[in-house]
Ligand binder design. Structure first.
Ligand SMILES: [Mn+2]
Length: 316
């Protein structure tokens, strides 16, 4: 029997950085032998059985009592009240929903509990994780066209050449700087493809718009022929407060709702809590859910848009 520890991580920039950082730290401070693989929301269906018979860790994803190490910053991390009760901070578990991304809390925890001193490159990765995950970009131009290494890596994820691509990026982040990772031929190639897709997406977006009312935009990009750029609504319509849309996933459809990060609404709703009621999750400012059908996704998106329109109305 192997005593290897598997690190399960959320398949996005801060999730990959979290996996690389924890892998490195555990290798150095706990003498662990680690491997890693990404998780997605579909794997919550049989959450009890998650992890199988392996030793495992989870970063930037839902709390699981079987995780030997667990770190997350999502407010919707607990799938049931029982799981919420099963959590308490330990020297191997930490949750901080005020953290803009997950890596800084892992670094902080490792410093406080395990005497770990982070390297310059990990501090840099944690800084960019906050920018990317909390959409703390200078402006919409940086979000869409910025060519800093972290942003090129993030963009390259939208044109991943294989299912294993995130695991390869974690392996690269385990030993390289962001700049070195971004300059890898596999990343450059994916980034070029992603940039072409982005340009196409910006051009196609106006056709997917269903309505713009009270600074809330509703769109339907469920067609597999339509390219997607997350910030396209706010690029074309800087005055927006929210955008809600339907997009395709590998196995179905996803409803995504987000505040305009460049012009956050003064009043609104907690999107993570809203999506939680529909089997999804996320943060206050951005969240999503995966209804069972396209029709269900369209209905949910329209309902969300309507709730947001009411919520942003000035109260008299
Ligand atoms: Mn994440």
């Amino acid at each position: 029997m192997s005593h290897t520890l598997r690190i399960h991580y959320h398949r996005d920039f801060d999730g990959m950085v979290s996996a690389a950082v924890l892998a490195k730290i555990l290798t150095e401070t706990h003498d662990e032998k680690v491997v890693w693989s990404s998780v997605n929301y579909d794997q919550r269906r049989d959450w009890k059985a998650f992890g199988g018979n392996e030793r495992f860790a989870i970063v930037d994803f839902h709390f699981h009592p079987g995780a030997e190490y667990w770190f997350d910053h999502h407010p919707t991390t607990f799938l049931t009240p029982e799981l919420r009760k099963a959590y308490e901070p330990t020297d191997r578990w930490a949750w901080d929903e005020t953290s803009p991304s997950c890596p800084p809390l892992i670094l902080r925890h490792a410093a406080d509990h395990w005497g770990y001193e982070p390297s310059e490159r990990f501090i840099d990765m944690a800084k960019w994780s906050d920018v990317v995950d909390a959409a703390r970009f200078r402006d919409v131009e940086q979000a869409i066209f910025g060519d800093e290494p972290a942003l090129r890596i993030t963009r390259s994820m939208t044109a991943a050449p294989s299912r294993e691509y995130p695991d390869e990026l974690v392996a690269a982040m385990f030993k390289m700087t962001l700049e070195e990772v971004a300059n890898l031929p596999v990343v450059e190639k994916a980034h070029e493809r992603a940039s072409r897709n982005r340009d196409k997406a910006l051009e196609q977006f106006p056709r997917t718009v269903i309505s713009i009312t009270d600074q809330v935009l509703l769109y339907d990009a469920s067609s597999s022929k339509v390219r997607r750029e997350r910030f396209a609504p706010f690029y074309h319509h800087p005055e927006l407060k929210y955008a809600v849309g339907v997009i395709p996933t590998r196995s179905g459809f996803h409803v995504t709702a987000g505040e305009n990060p460049f012009k956050p609404p003064a009043q609104g709703l907690h999107l993570g809590e809203l999506m939680e009621k529909h089997g999804g999750g996320g943060h206050r400012a951005v969240a999503g859910a995966n209804p069972d059908s396209l029709e269900g996704a369209r209905t949910l998106a329209a309902e969300c848009a309507e709730l947001l329109r009411v919520a942003v109305q000035p109260k008299s």
